[in-house]
Design a protein around this ligand. Structure first.
Ligand code: FES
Ligand SMILES: [Fe+2]
Length: 330
């Protein structure tokens, strides 16, 4: 289950062209993303209220979405404005209304609200320190649930095994801590792995609070950053397609001196390398069962799993809090 009442990053803004509807599955629903005459993003259920054809196969005509089957035209609020067979002069019955979803655009992504529409929405979650950096994106669909993908990104003890030929080559098998904090909707992790020299690992509570910023940050419900340096950071957006399936956007943010093409080239090479690391993760993470993680599935944690335990606990708390009946009286 997805945590309700949250903004989820689900697509890159640039994937949604101005003149063409885009049909994708996200948050377990078939959706059509399109832009009206002013370029504003609109999202409907990808199903025409007339005879249920996919609206994403249609066209955008005069700032409206036109169904491919009988040409009905829908405005950005989902209301049908024209039924060609009835004639331009005819009134359109209100039943021809598309199901519309709250959507926003920020930081290069389209964000879908997973919950009932509201008058006011909370701010879009994002990370500080990325503005002004160049970026390059790649993406990969995974036959993996969002929960397992996120756990993998918070797992600091798998590196020497899953990534023995890349980032875990140095065989730092011993995990001190990791020192981990939960601050509202942000989990911060300071990994501190080292080669095993015969001393026991320090438990998360035995590690002194670090000075510098955390190397890993996760913000609910679905964004993660690895801060290699201030001017070199890697963001993963884990877009939920449906239960058991997600799409990972891997975005390298960087600033380097020299011509702009150099930053693009470095971003491209970084993405290639990170795709390889993700592929290593995928071989193992796709095998985890049950596909959807949780605290009550009979797994046993070690101290190094603390970030994962914190994630699962907070996820459960948020789901339970959303399910509680509102305490406000009418
Ligand atoms: S099915 Fe869409 S107009 Fe008929
Ligand atoms: Fe990994």
């Amino acid at each position: 289950m997805l945590i309700p009442d949250r903004w989820y990053a689900v697509l890159e803004s640039r994937e949604i062209a101005k003149g063409k509807p885009l049909g994708v599955r996200r948050l377990g629903r078939d959706l059509v993303f399109w832009r009206d005459g002013e370029g504003r993003l609109v999202v409907f259920e990808d199903r025409c209220p007339h005879r249920s054809s996919q609206l994403s196969l249609g066209r955008i005509v005069g700032g409206r979405l036109q169904c491919p089957f009988h040409g009905f035209e829908f405005d950005r609020a989902g209301a049908c404005q024209l039924i060609p067979a009835n004639g331009q002069a005819a009134r359109v019955p209100k039943v021809f209304q598309c199901h519309e979803y709250p959507v926003a655009e920020a930081h290069g992504f389209a964000w879908l609200w997973n919950g009932r529409p509201r008058d006011e929405y909370p701010p879009i979650p994002w990370f500080d320190g990325l503005d002004g950096l160049n970026s390059a994106t790649t993406s990969k669909e995974w036959d993996v649930d969002l929960t397992r993908a996120i756990e993998g990104l918070l797992d600091v003890s798998h590196l020497p095994f899953v990534h023995a030929r890349t980032i875990g080559r140095d065989r730092r098998t011993l995990v001190n801590g990791p020192y981990t904090t939960l601050d509202d909707d942000t989990i911060r992790v300071w990994p501190s792995n080292q080669p095993d020299e015969g001393l026991p690992a320090l438990r998360p509570t035995e590690v002194p609070p670090p000075d510098g910023p955390a190397m890993l940050e996760f913000r609910f419900p679905n964004i993660w950053v690895l801060k290699i340096a201030k001017s070199f950071q890697i963001v993963n957006v884990i877009a939920p397609i449906e239960e058991g399936r997600c799409l990972i956007y891997l975005k390298t943010y960087l600033r380097i001196g020299g011509p702009a093409f150099l930053a693009r080239l470095v971003g491209f090479v970084s993405n290639l390398y990170n795709r390889r690391i993700l592929a290593e993760d995928y071989t193992v993470i796709r095998s985890q069962r049950p596909k959807v993680s949780g605290l009550e599935i009979g797994e046993h944690f070690i101290p190094a799993d603390r970030p994962i335990a914190i994630y699962l606990q907070r996820r459960r708390d948020l789901i339970e809090a959303a399910a509680e009946p509102s305490t406000t009286t009418p």
